[in-house]
Ligand binder design. Structure first.
Ligand SMILES: [Zn+2]
Length: 179
């Protein structure tokens, strides 16, 4: 299984095949949890995804290759986050209703306060730590306006076949194509 092998080492920059012979070797699999609905129509759940690791022989660095849905340092898939942002801002759902559609976690604190993840994701959008490749332009102030802009931009990234679909489905599909 070579399709996931990085082209070069993230630490030393050496190409996988630079200098003859393979420099990046398979280094086992690690499990990672990922939350959110598997499709826009399904109930949210927690899945285990397998991530392949590679080790750079010259410098010893270990890197992990994750499936496209996995976001660094996020519990939720990128699709789930796009879906939630669209439900919240484009469909006008209340935060606790968005949480019910997106998260399998049932914690009393979150339920009582709506859903803090939405405001956190909005902050990360503003700091370019989430969907950093999205063109947000000159955005209106406030977390909700920022989240709305991002949700619209995610919809615009959905493949053509999704154009007639509900907005939260478009954002779900678009998120797969944005890093
Ligand atoms: Zn290296």
């Amino acid at each position: 299984m070579d399709e996931g092998r990085p082209k070069r080492c993230v630490a030393c920059g050496r190409g996988a095949y630079e200098g003859g012979g393979l420099g990046l070797h398979g280094h086992g699999l690690v499990e990672r949890q990922q939350r959110g609905p598997p499709t826009a129509d399904e109930a949210p759940r927690c899945e285990v995804v397998l991530c392949r690791r590679y080790r750079c022989k010259p410098c010893g660095a270990v890197m992990r290759v994750v499936p496209p849905s996995v976001r660094p340092r996020k519990h939720f898939s990128g699709e789930a986050i796009g879906f939630a942002l669209a439900l919240w801002t484009l469909c006008g759902l209340r935060a606790d209703e968005v949480r019910r559609r997106t998260s399998d976690w049932t914690r009393l604190g979150d339920a009582a306060r709506g859903w803090r993840s939405l405001a956190r994701w909005a902050r990360q959008l503003g700091a370019r730590q989430l969907f950093g490749a999205l063109p947000l332009g000159a955005v209106a102030q406030g977390p909700r306006a920022l989240a709305a802009r991002a949700a619209q931009a995610l919809c615009a990234h959905a493949p053509l076949a999704w154009r007639g679909a509900p907005l939260e489905h478009q954002a779900f599909a678009g998120a797969r194509h944005v890093s």
